[in-house]
Design a protein around this ligand. Structure first.
Ligand code: CA
Length: 236
């Protein structure tokens, strides 16, 4: 696997130095910026695989950076560093597209775990199939580019959201996707959102693509966790 490139935006020298040292020990490449202006410069020189973003910067608020980065790079994982007790900042930051946050002071181990987890999840989203080609499973042929599907039950026109959900499943074939990850990647919702919408979507996908929607072979429930898409069901 290639070395992940991390953009660290942090103006407090002792925190930054500790992080750079330990991130590099873990094998990451680190670009460090101390101001918002430097950060945007480094960002546009990118690409980066992950951003660690302190919110309190000398020349701007990190939330503004977060908004700009998210606009330019919709899939880029962004981890915010917030001051303890600044709940409003956390909420605003998550709304502006940050994926996760840590409150200062945080433990180094926890930060490294978060970074590793975020990079792993984002790697799942790098599609291994091409949207240019139809995706085939069982008797289904799916054209995600034009949102058309040919199934055993006839032709279907897919909605935008159905297409996005299928794309997520196809890109992460065989992996368990938690409800939180699916909500985030399909609807862009915060991870703790409670909703039945997701389950209704799965019911619909099974109705379209499963021979017997009550005994799904492709869109599987992983109890207590989420869902998993299997292209070639195991023979029983
Ligand atoms: Ca700061």
């Amino acid at each position: 696997m290639k070395q992940a490139r991390i953009l660290l935006v942090e103006d407090e020298t002792h925190i930054a130095q500790g992080l750079i040292f330990n991130l590099e020990l873990e094998g990451y490449l680190v670009n460090h910026a101390e101001t918002g202006a430097d950060a945007m410069q480094a960002f546009s020189n990118g690409p980066h695989d992950l951003v660690i973003l302190d919110l309190m910067l000398p020349d701007c608020h990190g939330i503004d950076l977060c908004r700009q980065m998210r606009k330019a790079a919709s899939q880029l994982p962004i981890l915010m560093l917030t001051a303890l007790g600044e709940e409003q900042d956390r909420i605003k930051g998550l709304k502006e597209g940050a994926d996760d946050y840590l409150s200062k002071p945080f433990s180094l181990d926890e930060l490294l775990l978060r970074v590793r987890g975020m990079l792993r999840r984002s790697a799942w989203y790098q599609p291994t199939y091409s949207k240019e080609e139809d995706y085939l499973f069982s008797d289904n042929r799916i054209d995600l580019k034009n949102l058309e599907a040919v199934t055993a039950n006839g032709n279907i026109h897919l909605t935008e959201l159905e297409g996005r959900m299928l794309e997520t499943f196809f890109a992460c074939e065989g992996e368990t996707l938690t409800r939180a990850v699916l909500l985030k990647s399909v609807w862009g919702m915060a991870e703790d959102t409670e909703t039945r919408t997701l389950d209704n979507f799965i019911v619909r996908l099974r109705k379209y693509f499963e021979v017997d929607p009550t005994k799904p072979k492709h869109f599987l429930t992983v109890r207590g966790r989420g869902y998993r898409f299997v292209r070639e069901p195991e023979q029983k």
